[in-house]
Design a protein. Structure first.
Length: 102
């Protein structure tokens, strides 16, 4: 398995939508690169000048939105992954909250 170093994370991109709302099927070449993924591994954190590690804000299992041009795409055993710095993560999708704040 992949083990990220420093403040890097490994995310498995979610697949892009293949059919538009109007019912038009898009070929792979016309689809945008996904910007969402599930975190599958997290590094220990960023090493600060003081020698301490800054804790990571994301954890394994988080669904995240990351920068469109951030990270590095890799393929391992036929599976696609993204290696990202924590700074490339724009948001964590909160799966536990419902609309209305309850």
């Amino acid at each position: 398995m992949l083990k990220p170093l420093g403040d890097r994370i490994i995310a498995k991109p979610t697949s892009a939508e293949e059919v538009t709302k109007g019912g038009i099927v898009l070929p792979d070449t016309a689809q945008e690169k996904p910007q969402e993924g599930e975190v599958i591994a997290v590094g220990p954190g960023k090493l600060l000048d003081s020698g301490k590690l800054a804790p990571m804000d994301v954890k394994v299992g988080d669904k995240v939105i990351y920068s469109k041009y951030g990270g590095t795409e890799i393929k391992v055993e036929g599976e696609e992954y993204m290696i990202l710095r924590q700074d490339d993560v724009l948001a964590i999708l909160d799966k536990g909250k419902k609309k209305g704040g309850k």
